[in-house]
Design a protein around this ligand. Structure first.
Ligand SMILES: Cc1ncc(COP(=O)(O)O)c(C=O)c1O
Length: 444
């Protein structure tokens, strides 16, 4: 597939004529990003022979990285700030497993932060990419496969009638905000505490994991004017949303939310929450925007909107529709019968196993999952919003995290991030993870 098709779409659930008027900006799919390639001369075979867990090569490479990149990483949450130790550098991924540059193997529950839902480096995806790359990697012009992917997305996601492909979830959310403002002629937007919608300035208010993980009050460098029109409410708090509409009559273009929060840890909506948002936005002629960058194609093939049966006006997607790279095969694989049932089965077993291990060993852990998205908090719970999530014992999480690494299990390095399973995770992976969790919980 030509690389002019990008990993993220903005799905526009508006009428075709209004959409056409509002999307005259330059197609960003041809923009040139610079990616730096990293060469690491590490012999995997040599490392296979190693028995003990060591991170010597990671430590050395990370020291070098810190000299060249702020914090030594290219995304704050990779920096291990909240779990201690140093980030691990990886050499390869396959199926449900990752291998670091010291030759250690891990069962992976980050899944490249969501895209790897059918497992890493799937053979058919690699073959399709190799075939397509022979035709060139960038056209800067339309190509047929854009139509194929657009049609698949439109068929899959209930609210989407047309799509605009962009390069990242951040761009998708920036675009959707501009569209909502242009369509309604209003500037204020409501977002929820702990929800993350990419790193565009207007959204960097109470934005969940990245900021929470680093313990920053809010993001330095964001001018007040950029967030002046951003109103916030606690997640799952309908009365707070009603108050905001009451106090800002005729000024609010819409509500944007993660229909299931993943960026403050896993927090599902309470049963009536999303339907109330649908009602409130309709009553106020405002738009309901689902940021399905994380939940799209994960909670179900049609995303959270299909799962909950609520149709938003606008949708942003990312992660899975790109599969880390443009990935039509990824979507085909997900369409196979039983995919989501399998994800639900293994993920609920995993979470229940960890909660039970907590009970056996005397640690308060709560958690949950929907399909292949999950999370657990080191607190009694229940966790309904970011304030509840922050009651977690993050020190204990850090000790648990380090112990699990040594047992060969890789979770996201923050208490405030969701985890992900894939179709490549086996029952054995899950059982090993639960056994490792119990072992580590006994030690901390
Ligand atoms: C819900 C949500 N929206 C937007 C984004 C931003 O996406 P990207 O990192 O591709 O810019 C993310 C990234 O994790 C996300 O989880």
């Amino acid at each position: 597939m030509a690389s002019t098709i990008t990993a993220v779409s903005v799905g526009l659930g508006l009428s075709r004529s209004s959409t056409r008027k509002l999307t005259q900006t330059r197609n960003p799919s041809s923009s040139r990003l610079s990616f730096c390639s990293i060469k690491m001369a590490v012999s995997v075979e040599e490392e296979k022979k190693k028995k003990s867990f060591t991170l010597e090569k990671s430590e050395e490479a990370f020291s070098a990285a810190k000299e060249m990149m702020p914090g030594g990483v290219n995304s704050p949450v990779r920096a291990f700030k909240s779990v201690g130790g140093q980030p691990i550098l990886f050499d390869s991924v396959k199926g449900s497993h990752m291998r670091d540059i010291d030759g250690n193997e891990y069962i992976d529950y980050v899944g490249s932060w969501g895209p790897a839902i059918i497992g890493h480096a799937d053979d058919k995806v690699l073959a399709a990419l190799a075939e397509t790359m022979k035709k060139g990697t960038s056209f800067g012009a339309p190509c047929l496969l854009e139509n194929v992917l657009a049609e698949m997305v439109i068929k899959a996601v209930p609210s989407i009638e047309m799509v605009r492909f962009v390069n990242s979830g951040t761009e998708a959310c920036m675009g959707v905000l501009r569209l909502a403002r242009a369509y309604t002629g209003r500037e204020k937007i409501i977002k929820f505490e702990g929800c993350y919608h990419g790193h565009a300035d207007p959204f960097l208010v109470k934005a969940g994991s990245g900021v929470a993980t680093l313990g920053l009050p809010d993001s330095p460098g964001v001018p007040k004017a950029a967030t002046y029109e951003t109103l916030t409410a606690p997640y799952n708090d309908i009365a707070a949303v009603e108050n905001l509409f009451e106090n800002n009559k005729g000024d609010i273009c819409g509500i944007i939310l993660e229909p299931v929060v993943g960026n403050a840890g896993f927090i599902p909506p309470q049963p009536e929450f999303i339907s109330a948002l649908r009602r409130i936005t309709e009553e106020n002629n405002a738009l309901l925007i689902f940021d399905e960058v994380m939940t799209g194609f994960r909670l179900s093939y049609g995303g959270a909107q299909e799962y909950f049966g609520i149709t938003p006006d606008l949708t942003t997607l990312g992660k899975i529709i790109g599969g880390g790279l443009p990935g039509i095969h990824t979507l085909k694989r997900l369409q196979e019968p039983g995919s989501y049932e399998y994800l639900e089965k293994i993920t609920s077993e995993l979470v229940q196993g960890i909660i039970d291990a907590g009970k056996k060993t005397g640690h308060a852990i709560c958690g949950g999952n929907i399909s292949g998205m999950f999370g657990f908090f080191f607190t009694e719970g229940p966790v309904h919003n970011f304030a509840d999530a922050k009651k977690s014992d993050t020190g204990k999480f850090a000790r648990f995290y380090q112990g699990m690494l040594r047992e060969g299990v890789y979770f996201a390095p923050s208490q405030f991030e969701a985890g992900f399973t894939s179709l490549a995770h086996t029952a054995e992976d899950i059982q090993k993870t639960i056994a490792a969790a119990e072992k580590v919980l006994r030690q901390i």
